[in-house]
Design a protein around this ligand. Structure first.
Ligand code: CAO
Length: 432
């Protein structure tokens, strides 16, 4: 073991420099070429690398000191006094002990504008480089580069706002904490729902989701997150429609087809889609185009014991009410019996979700992307409606149109919904 003094090496022409960073703590181990101190002249900073392997006994300078070539910097206890060579110095250095040789210090120009770096987690953050007016020594920059930290984002706590290693440490800890616990910091992550052991509150069973339930969950989540939803509400007066539908009961029995309000609603949607082609669009994945459809297929949500299925009724604009009613019954039966083919569920332009037979005043359905809209229909209710002279009992059908606001404006949605209301409220439109 021997004690060696490390001195200020060649300063590249500068008379004096300031000590701006002590890279180690007393007692730290140091390897050859590890940074000992960072010096700064008017124009540049330089790391002074250790010429020895050993341990720091003490620094002989403090941050903020001004030093010149040959001044002692640090006292090291070294196992072998073999050292790497020192750079040439312009002036001979007066030494009390043998001058260890060090390689040329890294000199880094300051105040060079560097392109902005994304913060942690980004592959682009590879070099930890700095923007203008950021002060950091090469060892700090190396550390930032290795950790993928943009120095632009780090507040320096050293002299003159210099970024030191502790600042990078603190920044990384903060970033990790905000990723795991506090997503409000960036707002860009979806916080996870905490796992709870429900059995601590009472008896539970854990049941595997069916394939359909899993697919539905994934689709709903995807659609909810991707589509900016707006929901537009209106009621249709279906008093006359219901009278007409009931009058068809006998004919329905002879045809073997049961007609419910759903067939009329599907027909009204098809007519409104034809009149409002803006709703019959899908956004192209490139985000630069939309697809205008000239066909009119309507998906119908069916509640089955194994989960929700959405078979598609094709070319509704070309079909009459009897044909649509037959398709509704056929597809609902196939869905409940698990007999739908994948092709039965493809090609929809718009969807209907009818909870009319179940109940409720209203609900906001989730758009079945890449379709642009979905109509949610609730249970019709007799209501007193003002006809200009008196309140009349009318059968009102509550409807909610959810649409993708990237494709459809409020005005487009309002016109589409008003058309549906018109077609359902006056059945003469439906047969025209
Ligand atoms: N208001 C009042 N009654 C209504 C109604 C409404 N809006 N819509 C249907 N009904 C009545 C019908 O008149 C019929 O009664 P009658 O036989 O006395 O005339 C009865 O409800 C028929 O119900 P149904 O369910 O057998 O048939 P449907 O044609 O109304 O609906 C289908 C077919 C497939 C849409 C439906 O069965 C279904 O599965 N709905 C659930 C959809 C769903 O789960 N949506 C949620 C999706 S997740 O957001």
């Amino acid at each position: 073991m021997a004690i060696e003094i490390v001195r200020v090496p060649d300063l590249g022409g500068a008379e004096t420099v300031d000590v701006i960073e002590l890279s180690l703590a007393q007692g730290d181990n140091i390897a050859i070429e590890d940074s000992l101190v960072v010096l700064e002249s008017d124009k540049a900073t330089m790391d002074v690398p250790s010429p020895y392997e050993g341990q720091l006994v003490k620094y002989l300078v403090a941050e903020g000191d001004t030093v010149k070539i040959g001044d002692p910097i640090a006292e090291l206890e070294v196992s072998s006094s073999e050292s790497v060579s020192m750079p040439e110095v312009e002036e001979p250095v007066q030494t009390e002990v043998a001058e260890p040789k060090v390689e040329a210090p890294v000199i880094e120009e300051e105040s060079v504008p560097i392109p902005e770096q994304p913060a942690i987690d980004s592959e682009a953050s590879q070099d930890g480089a700095t923007g203008a007016d950021i002060y950091a020594g090469p060892s700090v920059r190396l550390m930032a580069r290795e950790l993928g930290v943009s120095l632009d984002s780090v507040a320096g706590s050293g002299p003159r706002g210099r970024i030191i290693k502790d600042d990078i440490d603190a920044y990384v800890k903060d970033a990790l904490n905000s990723n795991t616990g506090n997503s409000l910091a960036t707002g860009s992550e979806i916080p996870t729902i905490p796992a709870i052991d429900f059995s601590q509150f009472g008896a539970v069973d854990i049941i595997k989701l069916t394939k359909i339930q899993k697919l539905t969950a994934a689709n709903m989540h995807r659609n909810w997150l991707n589509v900016p939803h707006v929901t537009h509400f209106d009621d249709a007066d279906i008093t006359d429609l219901e009278d007409f539908r009931k009058s068809l009961k006998a004919e329905g029995e002879s045809r073997g087809v049961r007609i419910t309000p759903v067939s009329f609603i599907i027909k009204a949607i098809a007519m409104a889609l034809t009149a409002n082609p803006v709703i019959n669009r899908s956004l192209a994945p490139d985000g630069e185009h939309y697809i205008q459809k000239a066909y009119c297929n309507i998906g119908m949500a069916v509640d089955t014991p194994r989960g929700l299925m959405v078979p598609v009724i094709r070319n509704v604009d070309e079909k009459g009410i009897w044909e649509i009613a037959a398709d509704v019954a056929d597809l609902a039966t196939k869905a409940r019996d698990g007999k739908l083919k994948p092709s039965d569920m493809q090609g929809g332009c718009f969807s209907l979700s009818s909870l009319g037979a179940i109940g409720g005043n209203g609900f906001t359905p989730i758009v079945n992307a890449p379709e642009a809209g979905i109509l949610g229909v609730s249970k019709s209710q007799m209501k007193p409606i003002w006809n200009g002279d008196i309140f009349e009992p009318r059968l009102m059908l509550p409807m909610a149109l959810s649409y993708d606001h990237r494709l459809v404006n409020g005005g487009d949605a309002g016109r589409f919904m008003t058309d549906i209301v018109k077609f359902l409220s006056d059945i003469r439109h439906l047969v025209l």
